[in-house]
Design a protein around this ligand. Structure first.
Ligand SMILES: CC(=O)SCCNC(=O)CCNC(=O)[C@H](O)C(C)(C)COP(=O)(O)OP(=O)(O)OC[C@H]1O[C@@H](n2cnc3c(N)ncnc32)[C@H](O)[C@@H]1OP(=O)(O)O
Ligand SMILES: O=C([O-])CC(=O)C(=O)O
Length: 381
């Protein structure tokens, strides 16, 4: 078989055919099922957008009501999962805890018929419902507290914030958080979704598919960047330090976290939406000086890096919004995971509908026909 040209990082190589989302990286366009992200953030909700992504069209009023009802009633987690979480180290990263929980969840729901629409529907509801509960339960238990039970009367976003400290959140905070989830719900064949596709193509169960994706999202070049951005802003500490910080980074050829994107060669369209949300929160709950540092960093970094098409990505401003919502730094990436569940599920479903095992090839750069040297004949190290 002829070997194609090797593309590091598979840049520009189509890995799948999909009708879930669309990105135009030159104009800064993002659509889910053909609808612009700006419109979904304005008019939709996270659960409605999840339905759109997973089932392909906007739900009718009754369908949405039933979907929301089912999610609300599946939010609780089994006591065995809670007992398992209690055994995790308190200083474990919540992304590791989440990945383990999602994988463990699969042990309670054995793999059934992957062609059965009901099996897919139930798995989707279960994952959407329980992932936030598991993140919040780990957060409470690592502090020595009991997990906060989900509150039936609260919507998806409000309930997650509630489970972090047992306080019903301000309506603006809940709304802003819901928009953040919508904004992060899907983004074509990013690294974690690709990971989900590869895992799905082996016809394993959806919990394993999502646990692969969560592990991939955690890295600092992908979803983990939102936590790193906040740490970077804290390290910079003041507007005066932006210039020397940036010069040092550029001189050492180090990356500025929250900048650059494989597809976007303009500012990520999600970044201004997050800035808008940050402003809404600042108006009601007070300004955050780290936002000024971020603005100055964007200005100076853009002057230096825009010639290479490097601008802020979605991870640059999200942490500032989460910080204002009182969310701890190491939950920023698990929140990204909560939000991305519908995107991963949509791709899992799409992969199953026309599956072929992912098994690419490689360009071998090693040796051939090497004689085996017995251990006693090898050079001592
Ligand atoms: C939700 C998300 O996953 S969004 C991305 C989140 N990740 C980050 O914010 C981490 C920082 N950014 C990056 O590491 C990169 O921009 C990536 C990994 C996101 C995408 O980058 P790639 O398409 O693989 O580009 P690559 O890393 O090869 O860089 C290409 C060039 O741009 C430069 N570059 C890319 N990103 C940055 C950055 N953030 N800061 C400074 N320079 C950068 C590289 O140094 C390289 O320069 P060179 O050609 O002079 O050597
Ligand atoms: O598309 C990518 O490579 C990363 C990204 O922005 C996302 O997953 O939201």
């Amino acid at each position: 078989m002829a070997v194609g040209e090797y593309k590091p990082g598979l840049e520009g190589v189509p890995a799948t055919q999909s009708n879930i989302s669309y990105v135009d990286g030159l104009t800064g366009l993002l659509e889910y099922r053909g609808i612009r992200i700006e419109d979904l953030c304005k008019y939709s909700s996270f659960l409605e957008t999840s339905y759109l992504l997973v089932f392909g069209e906007l739900p009718k009023a009754l369908q949405l009501k039933e979907f929301e009802h089912e999610v609300v009633h599946r939010r609780r987690i089994k006591y065995r999962i809670r007992d398992m979480i209690k055994c995790f180290p308190d200083n474990a990263h919540p992304m590791d805890a989440l990945q383990t929980c999602v994988s463990a969840l699969g042990m309670f729901y054995p793999l059934e018929d992957l062609h059965d629409a009901e099996y897919i529907y139930q798995a989707a509801i279960r994952l959407l419902a329980k992932v936030p509960t598991m993140v919040a339960a780990f957060h409470m238990m690592r502090q020595g507290n009991d997990p906060v039970m989900p509150k039936d009367g609260l919507g998806y976003a409000a309930n997650f914030l509630y489970m972090l400290n047992e306080k019903v959140p301000d309506p603006l905070a809940a709304h802003v958080f819901d928009v953040c989830l919508t904004l992060h719900a899907e983004h074509t064949v990013n690294a974690s979704t690709f990971s989900a596709l590869v895992t799905a193509s082996t016809l394993t169960d959806p919990y394993t598919v999502l646990s692969s994706a969560i592990g991939t999202l955690a890295g600092p070049l992908h979803g983990g960047a939102n936590e790193e951005v906040m740490k970077m802003l804290e390290e910079i500490g003041s507007i005066e330090n932006v210039k020397p910080f940036l010069e040092r980074k550029i001189e050492r050829k180090e990356k500025i976290m929250g900048f650059g994107h494989r597809v976007y060669k303009v500012k990520d369209p999600r970044a201004p939406i997050l800035q808008d949300l940050a402003h809404k929160l600042f108006d009601q709950f007070g300004h955050d000086r780290y936002y000024d540092i971020a603005l100055e960093l964007e200005k100076q970094a853009t002057e230096k890096l825009s010639s290479k098409g490097i601008y802020p990505n979605v991870d640059f401003y999200s942490g500032l919004v989460y910080k204002k919502l009182g969310i701890p730094l190491d939950l920023f990436t698990p929140i990204f995971a909560i939000a991305r569940v519908p995107g991963w599920l949509a791709h899992w479903k799409e992969q199953l509908a026309d599956n072929r095992l992912f098994r690419p090839t490689q360009v071998y750069t090693g040796l051939h026909d090497i004689t085996y040297t017995p251990i006693e004949a090898r050079e001592p190290s």
